[in-house]
Ligand binder design. Sequence first.
Ligand code: ATP
Ligand code: FE
Length: 361
Amino acid sequence: AGEYHIEFNGVCHSGCVMAYHGRVLTEKTLNLSYQHSKFGGVVPEIAGRGHLAAFKELLTNILQSPVFSPKQLQAIAVTRSPGLIGSLLVGVTYAKTLAWVYEKPLIAVDHIEGHLFSGFIGQPAPRFPFSALVISGGHTLLVNVEGVNQYTVFGRTTDDSVGEAFDKTAKILGFVYPGGPVIDRLAVLACERGIPPVKFPVPLRGRDTFDFSFSGLKTAVLYHAKDAGLYHPERELITVEDFLAQSDTDILNRTLSVARGFQETIAVIFEERITQTIRASRVKEFHICGGVAANSAVRKLTAQLAERLGVNFRCPEMKYCGDNAAMIGYIARLYMQKGFMLTETPDILNAEPSAAGRFSI
Ligand code: ATP
Ligand code: FE
């Protein structure tokens, strides 16, 4: 029997549908982030409406797929929390309707729990325990994973998430949303061209804590950008391509220097926390997941730490770092295998916005 999973989620700006059969049978993700680009961040109302329009296309695509067969359908899985209520409601409403039409159980999962297991998609079954760093648009968490549904959060951001810090830094420098890939590209260019990084203070450095803080770093970037003549909030946000085509060498070099400085500071923060975690817990396996796990400096760092600390590091495939339905299908399937399905009848399942997420404070 196969499973058919649907995700339509929250802060996330992409929607997708897929079929899962122990492996991904078919999947489709619509990245809707371009709808928010000129605003420098996600606009909730646009996100909800965007999902509503996109979902019809996604669903049609999957229902017409040759691998889709209602008889083989075992369950419908959906993200219930956390996220923006409008976007969650679209997914939950579609999922409830499909569960009702096909008379299948509905499995409601937590989006962050999906990210936590995204490194296992298409890989051998998880072995526990492992520790994980969840680095996404709305979260920055250190979690011990003892098993399915057995999580201990031992570190978290005290202010912005790291994804937000990337997005805000890009916006300060005049770039469109999402800012992570922009900063990454500029930082790589800076390295290639030998442009030195701006030295930013490393937040919470040397402190006896597993927590994170990014708002001070963001403020440091803002002050530096103002002093360097790079901050022009009245200007329309632009793409990297336009920036590279338009800017003079001086502005270009100063911007590359900030991006590299910011990205390297993030890598130093993660290096410190991951090393601390591994020394304290003696865990043999460490995972990185969430949209920021796509970052080139973060991926390079994990490879170096694996060698230095003798620990197995796992990063999701690039396409499973950001939001995707495969991870929702994956965690739902783990629940089914365990026999505790978190199944709810369609009439009582409701979307739960941020505060109800199991990884929220
Ligand atoms: P959450 O999962 O916490 O609810 P979300 O679903 O919006 O939030 P993700 O889709 O997991 O978050 O990740 C999106 C974030 O990842 C954005 O902040 C984006 O800028 C960031 N990101 C994407 N690619 C990169 C990259 N190469 N480097 C750094 N950040 C990146
Ligand atoms: Fe996400």
